[in-house]
Design a protein around this ligand. Structure first.
Ligand SMILES: [Zn+2]
Length: 255
């Protein structure tokens, strides 16, 4: 079965389109960021896909709102035994109580958080987030340098932050690029895809044919990396639970 893929932007929402040997168009809105993916029959062209999406736009926006406003009370307690993702690997958490500043590190197949005996889940979470940020910063620096050299452009400023709907974004005028902190949980291949994707926006704003052609030249297996990013195990169990509950409500997938 051959598949081709494309991007569309409809009503300000980026849509991933996959053409497949299927009979009916299928729209899905996926956690954690509310990514929208359309599987379309091969005979559908961009315009037909766009029309189908426009018709379902209100539904899509509702699903995205729901995902993005998802209650956080299911967030993990940050206790020994929980699993957390680091660079695409699922690691078991071990909490070690000891005096001094909280910090995190990897020890074999364990993610260890050292923390004061009376620490709260919130402070352990903050320590881990700080560590994720550090990991991401260390991985991004050489990647950005590599692509600055390859593409002969500079990235004057880049920032890591929490984002609810995007893996990355860029300001074409200032060339400032933002990266989603969650990328530290995904395979490094995915991070490189986002670096190249955002740098490609320097020369092409939209996700049209030209953008895809540039991506094909720059990173021939970008589609694989993109599906790894969007399809790899969910960042945390809270999202699988959320996904299941949305499925039960019949909300997540639109057939
Ligand atoms: Zn983009």
């Amino acid at each position: 079965m051959t598949t081709t893929s494309a991007y569309l932007t409809v009503g300000g929402i980026d849509i991933d389109v996959i053409h497949k040997d299927i009979k009916h168009l299928h729209i899905g809105v996926y956690p954690p960021l509310g990514r929208v993916r359309v599987a379309a029959p091969e005979r559908f062209d961009d315009e037909q896909v766009r029309l189908a999406v426009v018709q379902r736009l209100a539904w899509i926006k509702r699903q995205r709102k729901r995902l993005q406003a998802a209650p956080r009370q299911t967030e993990r307690e940050m206790v020994t035994g929980e699993s957390h993702y680091v660079w695409g690997n699922r690691l078991r958490l071990k909490v070690v109580e000891r005096p001094g500043r909280a910090k995190a590190e990897i020890d074999g197949d364990r993610l260890v958080i050292y923390t004061a005996p009376d620490s709260t889940a919130e402070s352990r979470r903050a320590a881990l987030e700080c560590w994720y940020r550090d990991q991401l910063r260390q991985a991004l620096a050489p990647l950005i340098e590599k692509w600055e050299n390859k593409l002969q452009v500079t990235v004057p400023k880049w920032t890591i932050r929490r984002m609810k709907t995007k893996w990355g974004s860029c300001n074409r005028e200032s060339r400032h690029i933002w990266f989603n902190l969650e990328l530290a949980k995904k395979h490094p291949n995915c991070l490189e895809y986002i670096v190249v994707h955002e740098m490609t926006h320097y020369v092409e704003r939209k996700h049209g044919e030209r953008f895809i052609k540039l991506m094909d030249e720059r990173l021939p297996n970008w589609e694989l990396r993109r599906s790894e990013l969007n399809g790899s195990p969910l960042a945390s169990e809270e999202w699988s639970a959320l996904e299941r509950s949305l499925e039960r409500q019949g909300g997540l997938t639109d057939v």
